[in-house]
Design a protein around this ligand. Sequence first.
Ligand code: SAH
Length: 460
Amino acid sequence: MKNFPMFLRMDGRRVVLCGGGEEIARKARLMLKTEARIAILADTLDAELAGLVASGRATRCAEDAATFAGAVLVFIHTGDAARDAALAAEARGAGAVVNVIDRPDLCDAFTPSIVDRDPVVVAIGTEGAAPVLGRAIKTEIETMLAPRLGSFVALAGHLRGAVAQAFAPRDRRSFWEWAFSGEAFRAHLDGRERLAAGLLKDAIAAGQTPGNKGHIALVGAGPGARDLLTMRAVRRLQQADVIFYDRLVDPEVLELARRDADRVYVGKEVGAHAWPQDRIDRLIVAEASRGRRVVRLKSGDPSVFGRACEELDAAAAAGIEVEIVPGITAASAAAAAIGRPLTERGETDTFVITTGTCRPGDAGPDRSLLARPGTSVAFYMAVEKAAQVEGDLIAAGAPGKCPVDIVAAVSTGRQAHVATTLDRLAQAVRDHGIVSPAILMVRYPKSLAAGQAGAGTRAA
Ligand code: SAH
């Protein structure tokens, strides 16, 4: 570690910015987050810096013996290398920590990449070796830390004294553990700030740490790639005590969970039987009833062929708080992967999501409605039913030339795409050895109905 990270006290201290351009304005923006007194030494100021001076948030200073007196930090970028070096020497002589922008050789200290959830601040440095990586790490951490985290920590800070009075020292730790993970924490991060404050204050008034209330989140894991999760999904994963997942959830996604969270696999490989749904329902409810935070992680969007209703009903029957965190469904991801939108102005104005496989014993789906001009259909769970889909749609009047995209294992390393037509769908599935999971996307463009055979079959 060539550079040692420290947090500098800034309130009321003097910071001098030497220069009047954009580089200095950027440092000014950083300093404005603090309560430092900002002085600017420059002949001309850009509009932003001039605005700061006009509003009284910064002052201009002259170059004389007092310029750097009492300054804790000095940033320099005048556009004149010799002048920068001279100012750096002078500032250092006055005892300030100096940063000359883009001149690491003249710097005493470097500004890190910052994730700001004031009062929680994360600083990332790479000792100049890889600033681009530093920014990428910042982005990762930005997604991990909820935007409202800082205001919750500030609230907790205000309550520290009250907690110290209400709880004996040995009980304080469990209070704070609850405060930073329990119901109040979740409520605040979700924007219910008044409820959160109320819960904290009630607990303090009672002098008792509430038991953790269990919670179930049905979380959409998206099609596979871990950067296709929503930020809320990532947050639920990181808060979870236990995660129930099935076979379509990519291992990459599970890595986003807390290391010590329990992971329970509730689905088996293709062909074998998954856990019965009622067993999953019972288990997630049992875990939440013990006060644990449960994530039921489902591929794609939990609301699309995800058996979410059963789990919602089971949670409601047990009086457990439950939420759905939406995800990117396979059809959306497939459309993105092949660069063909699900609807197309003038050609397909109706988009249908349907399944090739129904509950055993249920009547087969009525596909006649799907064979209409202007309709684009995504068939889920239909690889084994390709021949039936093809036959039903053609029997219902869809032209054999309707374009079809078969997209398998979207967004994973095994992704595959076959473009074909409806009359060759089953053949294409066989010829290309397509296996589940795959989406069959069938389009019946209006131009095809108008007798313009071949129109709308633009190669994907
Ligand atoms: N809730 C999921 C669908 C679950 S049903 C969603 O919203 O995507 C399972 C079916 O989804 C599979 O048979 C397949 O048709 C589709 N599917 C899921 N993940 C997929 C992927 N990565 N690539 C292609 N199809 C996928």
